[in-house]
Ligand binder design. Sequence first.
Ligand SMILES: NC(=O)c1ccc[n+]([C@@H]2O[C@H](COP(=O)([O-])OP(=O)(O)OC[C@H]3O[C@@H](n4cnc5c(N)ncnc54)[C@H](OP(=O)(O)O)[C@@H]3O)[C@@H](O)[C@H]2O)c1
Length: 183
Amino acid sequence: MDDTGPRTADGKVLWHFTMSLDGYVAGPGHSMDWMTGMTFRPGLVAEYTATTGAVLGGRDGWDVINGARPYGGSWEGPIFVLTHHPEDAEPAPGVTFLDCDVAEAARIGLEAAKGKNLEVFSPSIGGQLLERGLIDEIDLHIAPVLLGDGIRLHHAPGGPPIRLQHVEGDEPTAAVNVRYRPV
Ligand SMILES: NC(=O)c1ccc[n+]([C@@H]2O[C@H](COP(=O)([O-])OP(=O)(O)OC[C@H]3O[C@@H](n4cnc5c(N)ncnc54)[C@H](OP(=O)(O)O)[C@@H]3O)[C@@H](O)[C@H]2O)c1
């Protein structure tokens, strides 16, 4: 099966998600139970735990996870949460609430990442950074499930197609072939 090489720590801004085959990163009401029972390639979580220097997320995602830390709590590092109303956010250790321009939030996050990667855990913030040319790579784990509803990686009705290239391999514009059967 085609797969990416191991993640490396390069001071990049990554839009990083596990995504359903039909393009959702969360189900309705921010549900994440669709990930239950999924497997990842061996060592994948350790790769990202080691190469992530900081995380930038949005207020909705933060409010939903209720203080839980990324990667099942195995990652320690600074988390930045972008919000228009930091004053009513519950303080949490290692978490900074920012109310600033999205580019400034990315700059702050990258500086805090100290040469490792800044992971953007928010569709809306990732979309804003993409528009400004500030996403280095989109890093996805595609789950064998169709959700049909929820929060899309990229939701921009009426917007133009955004062309992408494979980071690895020698065919940057090749389609990826996958084949599934319904359970
Ligand atoms: N599948 C995966 O691997 C994965 C990984 C991480 C997260 N997730 C999921 O992703 C979902 C994220 O939810 P979401 O994208 O709907 O919301 P979100 O990005 O977490 O939050 C959106 C909110 O962030 C604040 N915000 C966004 N841009 C801002 C800006 N430029 N300035 C100030 N504040 C700004 C605003 O909050 P205010 O207006 O309230 O201030 C906005 O309403 C969650 O369900 C989470 O569980 C999935």
